[in-house]
Design a protein around this ligand. Structure first.
Ligand code: MSP
Length: 661
């Protein structure tokens, strides 16, 4: 028998490069990442593809506006998209750019196959075209607006290559019948079946009016219609013409928003059938995140950006919110208020609190070792039953893409554990043998429940569950746990708990929202670059540089970019192998930060505990000697050797988190 793992291939749409990612795009990518992690824990070898859709009139115009060549424009945008996914911890296994040579070759190859099989012919087409959606609108008249986005259509006449979509009405309907799970959810399937039953018109798949596209070999100036180009990215990501070698085609799952369902469930399978290539197994259609009932768009000024939320509450909070808040497949409203409320109630007070209180009690009563349980009472068995049922329910729901229900089940188990602790009151028990045994049973039972929910929640909350896993002293990584073998009762006793790390510090709602909005505002409307510095030719008689020229001064808006707050040092330790650095944890009011400071030669770590300092809190995190530093402590640099002297607040006991202005 071969040990090869079964393969699973899933994709997000490849995103347009004429804008930057907002929460709608992040939503699809987060869901794809959660499914990827889940499938890995189910024993699959998984590939997740995302990428950028870089051709078409929109890009041509955007590049022109930016005054740079298209190739440079898309290179910048693709880099920004890729960097965002990497920063947010949702990197693609395959990131396709439609300007990649391997993709270009795959598109040309697919076209050749369709043509050789007799599904492509030449003709003329005049129609109303939406340059924003890259689609001809059937039945529209000149002067009409696009029925999808409402923007003006343009009349276009051109010589085209047509794809015989009309020939695929019956094959598609047969395919939907034979593969009832191809389109999900069910309501979407019915919508597409009636669309196809209504008849299919042939589709023009090349353009001569567009310059920025993949050339049709031997037919220049024809370039491919962007959707023929873009859909093929799914195949080029896993080998293109050589797809059989990698073994990831046909794709198991395309995740798409409801606006692009037809392209994926009608055109795409028809192109593949025409080329006699295997058709994907499933297209899952999700709804939109709306702002005040409208789709987000930069022009409406109602976009929500992912990075400020991740900076303020952590990426896990954002992931949890988008997967918990709306039913996958339906539309839902996005609100910061709901986001922060869920963060505080489900994450800070829910999972975070259960983890820290369980660990603290084990620490206090059993020296930090998970105790061996004593005799069990019915209430212990009942919590065990809850956990076992939760395993079944959470996994079944996740398997059916009912993410909100899966999380709901997991969080009911957390609530049951909270209730169990409240009624069993291990803290009220004494030190007699019987009481100690009872405490051992209660704390082992709670730790075991925590282990189970940590595993179940891992695909959605990868970072924080990894921290709980370490806290519970569990072996290996939580991501390596096999879900198929997950049962109640697997927590080993006698295991030493690991180090506690801040999980979800509670936040004050209005302040958190204010800070998210301020960061978003800055990202959407970056301050204009400071004027260039004057040439440094002015020197004094002594040869020292003169006072900065006026042009080198910064405006208040530049200073305002630096967010400094009062922090209190909670812990301080030396870093092995780095004699200048101290590793500190600093309470900045809304969270506890780990910060490295180059003060080890001048400050004793023990003497720093409790000291209030000025902290730059909005610096991008970086690693110093391999240790993550998330902020900077402000110090004066004194004397020729630059001895650091910490800035402080000797006059008054200032509040932690107060902003320095
Ligand atoms: N480039 C095409 C896809 C080609 S796939 C071969 C495209 N790009 S897009 O950037 O406009 O949109 C990509 C995805 O983001 C779509 O699935 C779309 O539904 C999704 N979203 C865009 N805004 C959204 C929300 N507000 N909410 C949820 N998803 C939304 O279409």
């Amino acid at each position: 028998m071969s040990n090869e793992k079964p393969k699973f291939y899933l994709t997000t749409p490849i995103y347009y490069t004429n804008g930057l990612p907002h929460i709608g795009h992040t939503y699809t990518t987060v869901v794809a990442d959660a499914i990827r992690r889940y499938k890995r824990m189910r024993g699959y070898e998984v590939v997740m593809t995302t990428g950028t859709d870089e051709h078409g009139v929109n890009v041509e115009r955007a590049a022109q506006k930016a005054g740079i060549p298209e190739s440079e424009f898309v290179a910048r945008m693709a880099a920004a998209w890729k960097a965002l996914w990497d920063d947010l911890g949702i990197p693609a296994d395959e990131f396709v750019r439609t300007t990649d040579l391997s993709h270009v070759r795959t598109v040309q190859w697919l076209f050749r196959l369709c043509k050789e099989n007799g599904y492509v012919y030449k003709g003329h087409y005049t129609g109303q075209y939406c340059i924003y959606d890259n689609a001809f609108v059937n039945d529209a008249k000149p002067g009409d607006n696009c029925p999808d986005c409402g923007r003006p259509l343009e009349t276009i006449t051109e010589e085209n290559h047509f794809f015989k979509l009309s020939a695929f009405q019956k094959p598609l309907l047969d395919f939907y019948k034979k593969n009832p799970n191809f389109i999900q959810p069910e309501t979407r399937k019915n919508e597409i079946i009636s669309f196809v039953e209504g008849g299919l018109k042939d589709l023009s798949i090349t353009r001569t009016t567009v310059r920025w596209g993949i050339p049709v070999p031997g037919e220049e100036p024809h370039v491919f219609y962007v959707w023929f180009d873009a859909l093929t990215a799914y195949l080029s990501a896993v080998g293109g013409p050589d797809y059989e070698k990698r073994g990831f085609w046909p794709c198991d799952l395309h995740l798409v928003g409801k606006d692009i369902i037809r392209f994926h469930t009608v055109y795409w399978p028809a192109f593949l059938m025409a080329a006699m290539l295997p058709v994907p197994k499933q297209v899952w259609v999700h709804g939109w995140f709306l702002m005040d009932a409208a789709k987000m768009s930069k022009s409406k000024g109602n976009v929500i950006l992912p990075r400020p939320i991740a900076n303020m509450l952590g990426m896990d909070a954002l992931r949890y919110f988008v997967m918990r808040e709306i039913v996958f497949g339906q539309d839902g409203n996005f609100s910061y208020d709901a986001l922060v409320t869920r963060y505080n109630s489900d994450l800070a007070n829910g999972l975070g609190n259960l983890a820290s209180r369980t660990a603290a009690m084990i620490e206090k009563n059993f020296g930090g070792k998970i105790p061996k349980p004593g005799p069990r009472l019915p209430q212990d068995d009942s919590l065990a039953r809850v956990a076992s049922e939760t395993i079944g329910e959470a996994l079944e729901r996740f398997e059916n893409f009912e993410f909100a229900r899966s999380l709901e089940a997991i969080w009911s188990a957390i609530a049951a554990a909270d209730k169990y602790l409240t009624s069993e009151q291990p803290w009220a028990l004494g030190d007699s043998d019987a009481d100690t045994q009872r405490k051992a049973t209660i704390l082992w039972t709670t730790a075991e429940l925590l282990r189970v929910v940590t595993i179940l929640a891992h695909p959605v909350l990868p970072d924080s569950t990894a921290k709980v896993w370490t806290l519970l002293g569990q072996p290996g990584r939580v991501s390596a746990v096999e879900l198929d073998g997950l049962r109640w009762g697997q927590t080993a006793t006698g295991v030493q708990l690991g180090k506690a790390q801040a999980l979800f510090p509670r936040v004050e709602k209005s302040e958190a929202i204010e800070r998210i909005e301020a960061m978003a505002n800055e990202e959407l409307n970056p301050a204009p670059p400071a004027p260039a510095a004057a040439p440094a030719h002015a020197t004094t008689a002594s040869g020292a540089a003169a006072a900065p020229a006026a042009a080198e001064k910064i405006g208040i808006e530049d200073f305002a970019k630096v967010e400094m707050r009062v922090g209190q040092i909670k812990t301080a330790e030396r870093i092995v192998g780095a004699d200048k650095l101290l590793k500190l944890t600093v309470d900045i009011g809304t969270e506890i930060r780990q910060i490295c400071a180059g003060i080890a030669q001048y400050y004793e770590p023990e003497k720093l505990i409790g000291r209030k300092v000025a902290v730059v809190v909005n610096l991008a995190p970086r690693k110093l000697r391999g240790v993550e530093s998330n902020g900077m402590i402000v110090a004066a640099s004194v004397g020729p050797e630059g001895r650091p002297v910490l800035a402080g607040f000797p006059d008054e006991d200032v509040e932690i988190g107060a902003r320095l202005k």
